[in-house]
Design a protein around this ligand. Structure first.
Ligand SMILES: NC(=O)c1ccc[n+]([C@@H]2O[C@H](COP(=O)([O-])OP(=O)(O)OC[C@H]3O[C@@H](n4cnc5c(N)ncnc54)[C@H](OP(=O)(O)O)[C@@H]3O)[C@@H](O)[C@H]2O)c1
Length: 264
């Protein structure tokens, strides 16, 4: 069901456009309830306008806003938000998708509105994103879920401090999977395939594996392919020899968490 009441999207860049496209695709927000604030026209904002959204209306239009989603760069919100605040009513909830800007920092800069944080991936544009939601305020948490669940697999984080870990897994994870795909292709090349064939096979394999993943336990999925004594089992044993895959990914995620914290 669509979130009722106006939803304001502040910023229509890479992520803001993806969110807007996801809302239009899934109907999470009715187009007539969408307000988009963007300094420059974007294909997503124009598509939303064509469906009835209001783009850069007079600030009085924010009075009834149910949610304000901040999707500008972390360096920009302190400039962008203060002029909007006098127009917001008490019913508004502020949701930030900015990486590394904590709720206490936002509260100190924005005042008394309930604040939530959501860390989505740009896959929301196709209704197939991932989103981590955290808010101390239950209404902000519920609204965050209602806005992102239709277009993302959404998890609730029990503690804001886990946002960095969630970002290191879900935000950065696609790049790790692409790096794995690249390495798989190079492995195929080393075994005699030409580069183009190895690339096609590795990419197609990752797509097919993602399609087949469903919700079964990962051990079950592995066991379905890797029969004891078979070639896949031999490959897996080499892949995680002495736990090196597990160690590499633990260190990978830890490094990304550290960097997220440094940037915050
Ligand atoms: N990209 C991702 O995958 C991703 C994932 C998770 C979180 N995030 C977070 O999402 C936020 C946006 O990232 P991004 O990659 O989408 O950056 P981006 O492409 O640079 O988008 C930022 C947008 O903010 C707009 N903006 C600047 N001043 C504004 C104002 N006064 N009012 C309204 N909009 C204004 C810019 O408009 P103009 O284009 O007209 O200058 C720009 O389109 C960041 O805080 C980032 O941490 C991004």
């Amino acid at each position: 069901m669509a979130v009722s009441g106006p939803v304001v999207l502040v910023g229509c860049g890479r992520l803001g456009s993806a969110i807007l496209e996801g809302w239009l695709l899934t109907g999470a927000v009715a187009p007539a309830d969408l307000i988009v604030l963007t300094p420059s026209e974007k294909p997503a904002s124009e598509a939303a306008r064509a469906r009835g959204a209001r783009i850069n209306p007079e600030p009085e239009a924010l009075r009834d806003a149910r949610a304000v989603v901040i999707a500008v760069k972390p360096a920009m919100w302190r400039t962008v938000m203060p002029p909007l605040l006098p127009f917001l009513g008490d019913q508004a909830v502020i949701l930030s998708v900015m990486a590394g800007v904590t709720a206490p920092t936002l509260a100190e800069g924005l005042g008394g509105w309930p604040i939530g944080r959501v860390m989505p991936t740009t896959g929301v544009s196709r209704g197939r994103g991932v989103a981590s939601v955290w808010a101390a305020d239950p209404a902000a948490r519920a609204l965050g879920r209602a806005l992102f669940e239709p277009m993302a697999e959404t998890v609730d984080l029990p503690d804001e401090g886990l946002m960095d870990a969630a970002t290191a897994v879900a935000g950065s994870g696609a790049a790790y999977v692409y790096a794995f795909t690249e390495a798989l292709a190079r492995g195929g090349q080393a075994a005699g395939l030409d580069k183009q064939t190895a690339d096609v096979l590795a990419r197609a394999t990752l797509r097919s594996a993602a399609d087949s993943m469903g919700d079964d336990a990962l051990e079950t999925l592995i066991a379905r392919i890797a029969s004891p004594g078979g070639s896949t089992r031999a490959g897996l044993d080499a892949l995680d020899q002495d736990g090196r895959l597990t160690t590499a990914l633990r260190e990978t995620v830890a490094a990304a968490v550290r960097r997220n914290r440094e940037m915050g």
